[in-house]
Design a protein around this ligand. Structure first.
Ligand code: ATP
Length: 925
């Protein structure tokens, strides 16, 4: 039963190397000297003390090894547990990851040369692979079980797989990865055969997950009869990876294995000396395949993959150029994809991008699959590498979260295994015989047939490719024409855009002009407001004047006339005291007073009413007008704001789009970095050419020339294909830009229509405002004229005359005058009579006196009595006039200028001042 198991992650930190010591790069990584901890602390800032602690980064893994950790310790702690599983029948993978020169190869391979002086024993510096080899054969020998051990060694460089154990020409047989073993009469076991085996052993058939570097066994594979496993197989979706043409070698001892390892390393060495940094840029996978006897005829298959990855620093070198860049780029692809795969698995994403690089395709089962996996991250302790160290540790700690479901390997039947071995042996013997019997190129008939078949295939492919190139070429022509057309239309559009920009500018200047006129309008409104307030002030002054006139009227009409009335009353009283039978003036005076009061009130109310109505009209008109104006101004403002907003939004959109387009046209169009693509094409074509050429040279000498010519054509065709590809890509990139650009033209059109709408609105609003303003000014003018005319009317009427227009008052005055005349005549008469009476009395008195004197004289000595008629208190004529004088009313006080009277009760005439005075004198006298 399989169990989820996390990947084992170990970190190995070496001591400082010569370069780091020379550059005095401090140690910033804190690890135990040998082992015993599971954390790595790195101080990235170079601080010391507490700051160093605070700024340090801590990474947790399963095991940490320091500079003094030996190769055997590494093997015992990390490789041994995995090796035990491998022997048990599990597929296992061990990876070393880290920047260049941190000890990946040292850890994985180390010193593979055996110590000849010490009984062919392992060197102290021997790495994991040599130690596993020794451990494997030691274990197998002690177990006394049958086994078959095979080895393969591949290299992945620049996304190309290479068999490091193949001594033949490089392109003798190209390695290809397949998701599952291709059906071939040689490779695929017949289903019926497999079913028979399954039936015999009561096991269920299942497809095996094939590990990188291993050809499928030429035999049926059956699984254990476990339902659990069967379901896991179905649900885990494990991919079967098959590497076509990969050579596997039987080994029977550790020495055999190490010889193969050395052979592979020698091949690598050739490449390393040819190419700088080759080793740090390529990945290697050394695979040990073990068929170990399980019981009787049944053998279990398990594989151990030992992977030395390229330097992790190559991930960051994608910016470099030329061949190195190409290589760096390709390595990046594998390492970057590995990083993404690790991240996706650690984050438990549904999609894991295994298929995006060959490395991850090969390692698919080792990461999140049915394999037991261990990762050793190698790091440098020096400060100069701290960035890379951090990135390695990030990877390592991420990888720690990946969970695998290890499963025991498949079973194989012994006879099938033997049959496979025998077939292989026979094939080799054939090759050997051919080699011995012929000169020149030696190979078995079967191999020759296979080669011919491959060549035929290549020819067909070549023909197909040629046809494809032809059609692509015509497409390129079409596209170039299209491009020319597009460029022309682009020019046209640019001109149009410029015109549009020009019109937008014009529109903007118009908007500025309209804003100015709007401002002028506003200032005029302000002036109007000022004038209105001045008018209000004048109205107030006018009111004050009115009140003053009113009070004067009251003074004149009330106080002075009342005084006059009082005086008249006093006079009347006096008159009454003097003569009880005098004519009754009081009713006339009362009527006069009432009439005057009524007339005054009428005048007052008329004036008030007319003022009120004027003011009311004025006040009722004004706010409506101002409200209208205000609402118009607000409308204009809102329209303007909206317009500005929309225009500015649209303009910013347009300018952004134009900038993008310009940027794109300037920076991107046909300036994308296609070097890599081209280089890839050229490199692939070169390789294809080399391959074809080599094949042709070795197999058919006479065809060499024609093939070279055709290969040249191939190069040209490939160039064309790449050009097409580039143009395709450019067109693809251009398309969204073009769409955006077209949408920006729509925006411009919208902008234009918006501007038109705005200007129409503005025009309307301004016209309305203008008409409102003119109507309001007309109305104000009318109101002012009305007020003026009313005031003038009142002025002209001579308010005071109104009193004397009153017929009743005239009548009364005439009546009073008549009465006073009559009274006067009566008074004079009375006066005369009185005088006469007094005289008579005096005469009587005198006569009495005389009589009395006569009596006295007659009586002689009688005292005289007081004369009652010669009273000292009785007033003299002058005193009389004096006592009357205070009652005399000054005509000035009355101030009746130009008083109007009615003659004969009909005709109106103005009284002169003299007549007025005369009238008053008459009144008092
Ligand atoms: N732990 C170690 N102890 C002693 N020497 C070491 C250790 N690690 C590395 N070295 C030495 O450092 C040098 C570089 O190591 P190595 O070639 O293994 O690095 P690498 O990571 O494989 O580099 P590249 O990615 O370039 O292949 C070698 O000479 C190796 O012997």
């Amino acid at each position: 039963m399989s169990q989820d198991l996390n990947i084992t992650v170990a970190v190995r930190c070496r001591g400082r190397n010569k370069r780091e010591i020379q550059q005095k790069s401090n140690i910033v990584v804190k690890v135990p000297d040998i082992s015993g901890s599971n954390e790595v602390i790195i101080n990235t800032t170079g601080d010391t003390g507490i700051t160093a602690q605070l700024n340090s980064k801590k990474y947790l893994v399963d095991k940490v090894f320091g500079p003094s950790a030996s190769q055997p310790l590494l093997f015992d702690e990390v490789a041994q547990p995995l090796f035990n599983d491998f022997i048990q029948g599990y597929n296992c993978t061990m990876l070393v990851y880290g920047m260049t020169s941190t000890g990946k190869t040292y850890t994985m391979t180390g010193d593979e040369i055996l110590n000849r002086n010490n009984n062919d024993s392992l060197s102290d510096k021997a790495g994991i692979i040599p130690r596993i080899m020794f451990k494997l054969f030691d274990t197998l020998h002690t177990q006394n079980l049958d086994y078959i051990v095979k080895c393969s060694f591949i290299e992945l460089y620049n996304e190309e797989l290479k068999d490091l154990l193949n001594d033949g020409p490089d392109t003798y047989k190209k390695l290809r990865i397949f998701d599952s073993k291709p059906d071939s009469k040689n490779n695929s076991p017949k289903l019926s055969q497999r079913s028979a085996i399954a039936k015999k052993y009561n096991y269920k058939l299942r497809r095996t997950s094939l590990q990188p570097g291993v050809s499928p066994p030429h035999a049926a594979q059956v699984s254990q009869p476990s339902e659990q496993q069967q379901s896991q197989q179905q649900t885990s979706g494990t991919n079967s990876i098959y590497i076509q043409n990969l050579e596997e070698f039987h080994i029977t001892s550790a020495n055999d294995g190490l010889t193969l390892l050395q052979r592979g390393l020698d091949h690598r060495q050739v490449a390393t000396t040819k190419m700088n940094d080759f080793s740090s840029r390529s990945h290697t996978i050394f695979t040990i395949t073990l068929y170990r006897q399980h019981e009787n005829e049944l053998f279990r298959l398990s594989k151990m993959n030992l992977v030395d990855l390229a330097g992790s620093e190559n991930i960051n070198k994608s910016g470099a150029l030329n061949q190195r860049a190409k290589e760096a780029g390709s390595i990046n692809q594998s390492l970057l994809t590995l990083g993404r795969v690790i991240n996706s698995l650690a984050d438990k994403n549904s999609h894991v991008p295994f298929r995006e690089s060959k490395l991850t395709r090969l390692l698919q089962d080792s990461l999140g699959g049915n394999t037991k996996t261990a990762l050793i991250a190698t790091i440098s302790p020096a400060k100069m590498n701290s960035d890379e160290t951090c990135s390695t540790l990030e990877y390592a700690s991420k990888a720690k979260n990946i969970r695998n479901k290890p499963q025991l390997g498949s079973f194989l039947m012994k006879d099938i295994l033997l049959k496979n071995v025998t077939t292989e042996l026979a094939k080799l013997k054939n090759d050997l015989l051919s080699t011995k019997s012929k000169d020149g190129v030696f190979m078995s008939q079967e191999n020759y047939k296979e080669l011919n078949h491959d060549m035929e295939n290549s020819k067909t492919e070549l023909d197909e490719a040629k046809r494809l190139i032809k059609s692509l070429n015509s497409k390129v022509d079409d596209l170039s024409n299209d491009k020319q057309k597009l460029l022309k239309s682009l020019d046209l559009q640019t001109i149009k855009t410029e015109t549009l920009n020009e019109s937008i500018k014009n529109l903007q200047s118009k908007i500025t002009a309209s804003t100015e006129s709007e401002n002028k309008l506003n200032s005029q409104i302000l002036k109007l407001n000022e004038k209105t307030s001045t008018l209000n002030e004048e109205i107030k002054i006018f009111k004050k004047k009115e009140v003053a006139i009113d009070s004067k009227f009251k003074l004149i009409l009330n106080d002075q006339l009342l005084l006059l009335k009082d005086k008249l009353l006093i006079q009347l009283d006096k008159f009454q005291t003097q003569d009880d039978d005098m004519f009754e003036l009081q009713p006339n005076i009362d009527i006069l007073q009432k009439d005057i009061e009524i007339a005054v009130n009428e005048i007052e109310s008329n004036i008030k009413e007319s003022y009120r109505s004027c003011i009311r009209e004025f006040l009722s008109e004004t706010p409506t007008l101002f409200k209208e104006i205000e609402s118009n101004v607000v409308t204009i403002n809102t329209i303007s704001k909206n317009f500005y907003k929309q225009i500015s939004e649209n303009l910013s959109d347009i300018s952004e789009e134009y900038n993008n387009l310009r940027q794109y046209l300037n920076d991107r169009l046909f300036q994308n970095n296609h070097e890599e693509r081209l280089s890839n094409y050229i490199s692939k074509t070169t390789q294809l050419m080399e391959q074809s050429s080599t094949d042709l040279i070795t197999t058919i000498n006479e065809m060499i020339e024609s093939y070279v010519v055709s290969n040249k054509q191939l190069l040209v065709d490939s160039m064309q294909r790449s050009t097409t590809d580039i143009i395709d890509q450019e067109m693809k990139l251009l398309k969204p830009k073009q769409e955006k650009w077209e949408s920006s033209i729509e925006l411009i059109n919208r902008c234009d229509s918006l501007s038109n709408a705005y200007f129409n609105n503005m025009k309307k609003s301004i016209t309305t405002t203008k008409s409102n303003m003119s109507s309001s000014s007309d109305k104000i003018q009318q109101a002012v004229t009305k007020i003026n005319s009313r005031f003038n009317e009142h002025k002209q009427k001579e308010l005071r005359n109104k009193i004397f227009e009153n017929e009743s008052i005239q009548e009364n005055i005439e009546k009073i005058l008549t009465k006073s005349d009559v009274l006067k005549s009566h008074f004079n008469e009375t006066h005369k009579l009185t005088k006469h009476s007094i005289n008579e009395i005096n005469g009587l008195d005198q006569s009495i006196r005389t009589i009395l004197q006569d009596v006295e004289l007659s009586k002689m000595a009688e005292p005289s009595k007081p004369n009652i008629f010669l009273n000292n208190n009785s007033p003299t004529e002058s005193e009389k006039s004096k006592s009357r004088s205070p009652l005399k009313l000054s005509s000035n006080n009355l101030n009746f200028d130009d008083v109007e009277v009615k003659e004969n009760g009909t005709k109106k005439r103005r009284l002169s001042r003299d007549e007025t005075d005369d009238f008053t004198t008459k009144l008092w006298n």
